[in-house]
Design a protein around this ligand. Structure first.
Ligand code: GLU
Length: 283
């Protein structure tokens, strides 16, 4: 009887493991030896470079320490696909100017940090297909009526972050803006509220999060003047890992996981997915 039970238990265990009910990565196909995917699975942890200061996108909740936001949700989906559990993840803070460096030095496996795909960056790192489209916009004080259009930033003090595409677009589209360039967008907020600067300009995803923190004091123009395709950054020439991630992104766009991540994060601010969602048929 005992032997019978043991055999039965073994059979049930095998059946469950075979179906992947345990949620272990054994349900996935094997990765090529030496690939980044195999390495991460073996290590059991995915390291992700992410922003810590953008509510709704990549944010370290001071009360719980949990990293929240759209980028965090997408990163957790990747960790689950790679390792079998979304909690096999280590988030490391990146700021606009150190994302390439973190990838090149192997500090992180992947960067998901409001990271726009650009030709200049492509020379240093690899990018997946876009998983989100943001737009560059402008945040002003709620009672300031002087800035209504991006062009009104001419002659005004505008704050943005070093190493971002926002700096380049401001220089080319509003060359008369007086730029105050800092390391993180958070540094711009107090300067705006106290009147030391007149506007903050960067992606609407980031500005929405800042607005959420100071709803009475600031106002979003809502007139995007440039499209920012976000990609996951990987090491330069790691085509296998990039291709693997492209496949995951295509799946998330098709099967409702992208929509769920949007609804639970940036969507709570009342934003509609609209232009933000890449067409899944492109993937
Ligand atoms: N998405 C733009 C960039 O990658 C601006 C936002 C940011 O600095 O993260 O530069």
């Amino acid at each position: 009887m005992t032997a019978f039970r043991a055999a039965l238990a073994a059979l049930i265990w095998l059946a469950l493991a075979g179906c992947g009910v345990s949620g272990s990565p054994s349900q996935h196909s094997a990765f090529p030896d030496g690939s980044t995917m195999a390495l991460i699975r073996q290590r059991g942890v995915l390291t992700v470079g992410i922003k810590f200061d953008h509510p709704l996108f990549g944010y370290k909740d001071p009360a719980t320490g949990r990293i929240t936001g759209f980028d965090a949700e997408i990163a957790r989906l990747v960790a689950k696909d790679l390792t079998g559990s979304e909690s096999n993840i280590r988030f490391i803070e990146t700021i606009p100017r150190n994302r390439e460096d973190f990838l090149q030095r192997g500090v992180v496996d992947v960067v998901l940090a409001t990271y726009s795909i650009t030709p200049a960056r492509r020379r240093l790192v690899g990018f997946t297909d876009p998983y989100y489209y943001a737009g560059q916009d402008v945040l002003v004080r709620a009672d300031d009526t002087a800035v209504q259009e991006p062009a009104d930033m001419g002659g005004k003090k505008v704050c943005t972050a070093r190493g971002s595409t926002s700096v380049d677009r401001l220089r080319s589209t509003v060359p008369r803006a007086e730029l105050e360039i800092v390391d993180t967008y958070m540094e711009c907020v107090t300067a705006l509220i106290t009147g030391r600067i007149d506007a903050i300009s960067t992606d609407d995803t980031i500005l929405l999060g800042l607005m959420l923190q100071h709803p009475e004091q600031v106002r979003l123009l809502g007139k995007p003047f440039g499209r920012e395709p976000y990609g996951m950054g990987v090491r330069h020439d790691d085509d296998a890992f990039r291709g693997y991630l492209d496949g995951l992104i295509a799946g998330y766009l098709r099967d409702g996981r992208w929509d769920r991540a949007f609804r639970d994060t940036i969507g709570v601010a009342g934003a509609a997915a609209g232009q933000a969602k890449p067409a899944s048929d492109r993937h």
